[in-house]
Design a protein around this ligand. Structure first.
Ligand code: ADP
Length: 203
């Protein structure tokens, strides 16, 4: 199975590319953000650890996580953010690897790991191919405001916490340029990525 890491800055169109890849035959997409939500569901060990670290009042009366309160506490300073990451990142990594192995056992031709922080968490080397979805920063700010209602100052703050675009592009095996219209995105996935997956299928 070909292991593909898919990444890009916030608002670059990763989820859109992931959806186009999921439509290709034999491709399984694993979504790091979905795993991050799954591992803090009631009954999951990460949730208990978060409550021990950040206070049991981050649990709502029905046992679910109060995301807003956790975010307030975990992003208040760098050491708190590090403690949050120390709980979350190893679990996200091991669950992603478990899901990729499962896809391989089930005969997937390619397993795509959609992960915003692929480089930041040092995971890029684990993949056969790294795809970076690239869009100019201010265009991403504009799209996030227009489509997701994210305040531009907030978007820029989140971008500042990620590696810069140049560094991300340097780590790419394949760059998908999503500065153009949405209609140009899927054809790129088909012309650039589909042939690699077809080659893997024929191996
Ligand atoms: P990411 O997962 O990288 O944060 P998304 O795939 O959610 O990004 O894309 C961010 C927003 O921009 C979405 O609302 C998406 O529909 C929109 N979008 C993606 N590509 C384009 C494009 N080429 N032109 C305009 N809007 C786009």
């Amino acid at each position: 199975m070909l292991r593909i890491g898919l990444t890009g800055g916030i608002g670059s169109g990763k989820s859109t590319v992931a959806a186009a890849l999921a439509d290709l035959d034999g491709v399984t997409v694993i979504d790091a953000d979905e795993i991050a939500r799954h591992i803090v569901e009631p009954g999951q060990p990460a949730l208990e650890e978060l409550a021990r670290e950040f206070g049991s009042d981050i649990l709502l009366t029905d046992g679910r996580l109060d995301r807003k309160l956790l975010a307030e506490r975990a992003f208040s300073d760098e050491s708190a953010t590090r403690r949050l990451n120390a709980i979350m990142h190893p679990r996200i990594i091991s669950e992603a690897s478990r899901r990729l192995d499962h896809a391989e056992r089930n005969g997937a031709v390619a397993g795509v790991y959609d992960m915003p922080l692929l480089f930041e968490t040092g995971q890029a080397e684990k993949f056969d191919t790294v795809i970076v979805v690239d869009v100019d920063r201010e265009e991403r700010v504009r799209r996030l405001a227009e489509h997701r209602g994210i305040d531009p100052a907030d978007a820029r703050r989140r971008m500042a916490a990620q590696i810069d675009d140049e560094e991300r592009r340097n780590g790419a095996d394949i760059i998908i340029d999503n500065n153009g219209p949405l209609t140009a995105l899927e054809p790129q996935v088909r012309s650039i990525v589909a042939p690699i997956i077809d080659a893997e299928r024929r191996r």
